[in-house]
Design a protein. Structure first.
Length: 150
């Protein structure tokens, strides 16, 4: 699995809004500026997050973006899926090597491994809430079951 720029920027934008949830609406250009993201890129990602129901937006001079719901109800999987449109690109489906060889009705001993990997990745991403990422790195590591290697 490769985390794309779309996915990473989606998490950064959502996390920015979570940190500023008590401040009201935040304009997309301000998010881009503070997070050092390309403004047009950030706006496109925020639009994807809005379409997925993760953020809300208001137009106008005092408009901007806010989380659509509490950060403890938004999963990392939702954000990545909204930003990237998939969480794991299963090549069997998206880029088959051979239409006949990779057809769903064909026997393939590799496909179940990729499907299991996709499920496991989705399970991990589903278990992490946006609110979890509001903590400092050592606490996040502890929550997701990682220990610092010494």
């Amino acid at each position: 699995m490769r985390i794309t720029t779309w996915a990473e920027y989606g998490v950064i934008c959502a996390l920015h809004l979570a940190r500023r949830a008590d401040e009201g609406l935040v304009c997309g250009r301000e998010i881009a500026e503070r997070e050092k993201l390309p403004p047009d890129y950030a706006e496109q990602i925020l639009l994807r997050l809005r379409r997925a129901g993760i953020v809300t937006s208001t137009r106008g001079a005092r408009g901007g973006y806010a989380l659509a719901r509490s950060a403890d109800t938004i999963t990392l999987r939702e954000i990545l899926q909204a930003s990237e449109l998939v969480t794991f690109d299963l090549h069997c489906d998206s880029h088959p090597l051979d239409a006949e060889r990779c057809a769903a009705d064909r026997d393939c001993s590799i496909r179940p491994v990729w499907q299991m990997l996709q499920r496991r990745i989705d399970e991990v991403l589903e278990s992490v809430r946006l609110a979890d990422l509001l903590e400092d790195e050592p606490l996040v590591r502890q929550r997701v079951g990682l220990t610092v290697l010494g």
